[in-house]
Design a protein around this ligand. Sequence first.
Ligand SMILES: *Cc1c(COP(=O)(O)O)cnc(C)c1O
Ligand SMILES: [Zn+2]
Length: 407
Amino acid sequence: MSYSALQSCRCPRCHAEYDATTLLGLCRSCGSPLLARYDLDAVTVGPDDIARRAADLWRYHELLPVSAPEHVVTLGEGMTPLLSAPRLAEELGLDRLWVKDEGALPTGSFKARGAAVGVSRARELGAQRIVLPTNGNAGAAWSTYGARAALDVVVVMPVDAPMITRVETVATGGDLRLVDGLISDAGRLVAAAVAKSSGRWFDVSTLKEPYRVEGKKTMAFEIVEQLGWRMPDVIVYPTGGGVGLIGIHKGLSELVELGWLTGPLPRLVAVQAEGCAPIVRAFEAGATESEPWPNAVTTAFGINVPKALGDFLVLEALYATGGTAVAVTDDELLGDVRLVGQMEGMFLCPEGAATVAATRRLIGQGWISTDEEVVLLNTGAGLVYPHSVPVEAPTLAADGVLVLPAT
Ligand SMILES: *Cc1c(COP(=O)(O)O)cnc(C)c1O
Ligand SMILES: [Zn+2]
């Protein structure tokens, strides 16, 4: 049995098939993202074998694209905690609520999963220089894993992106460029520069290469393994470029096809911010693609994506699983950062907190019933967003008096 069961890459739109042993970008016929396909019949291991492996995302290596263990670039990513949230559950009126806490990953967000797998595979196939547009977290992650793999990395991010992600990029040797604009502007600049580089630079933008999504699908593998190889009723995901949601859908579908899971897939919920909700608008219209969102703005920076390349795959995943799409306000999600911090001792990122606000809304509408099992994705550490919670604290004189609360 080989280390990876990767077979080829296929275009989900026009079904063109590609040899996966060379570096691939978008489909050359239709411009769609490509997705990796595995020879699932060749997978001879099962959940019991997986259970004996190290607690990181490479425990699923047969279903990942890297062909040999010596090409794995790792900082110990994966197997993040799936935490029960009993007080929050009670507040929301649920019996069973879980938070998959991706804040525990290297670089502070789940972007580490995509970067670990994407960088490993890119280097394995000979890439030496990679460039990407980012809202911050992906830049930090690809710069970090790029350094680990001794690649040159150029990161292009909006000037408003979270400061700490700039620092992470620079600290790990990334060549950082700031753009006075949105991630879509950064993406255009990257595409133009790569086109002029005569193949020297490899564009690792969201879904422009096929393997970032493979790293992200391991969130789904871990959730079902941590639940004892079964699926919850609902998974709620903060959606920007949508790679995580596409990955969760792809990963679960692969496990069902393998026979490691049975039953219907969870209903997938895409959560966006009201200031940037192209997927929600498209879902409500029953559309198969989204329209670019004008003047996109939200404090939940990771989901400020006005037009996602993989929007049609996100919408397909929502329709196929009987899921839905919900937009919440910045006030709601910031309120839930504090609520969950106080109730559960979990400092969520604003994007993660948006899943709480969305769940409350869906319970109120009866879309989620209170006896259903729900998994929320907290996609990053609250620490990456220090300004999400205002701090008011009195300063005492060094020889002053500390007065403790009366009760
Ligand atoms: C990138 C990001 C998202 C959105 O991820 P997609 O999978 O691209 O939709 C959500 N939360 C955080 C913290 C992010 O960095
Ligand atoms: Zn195609």
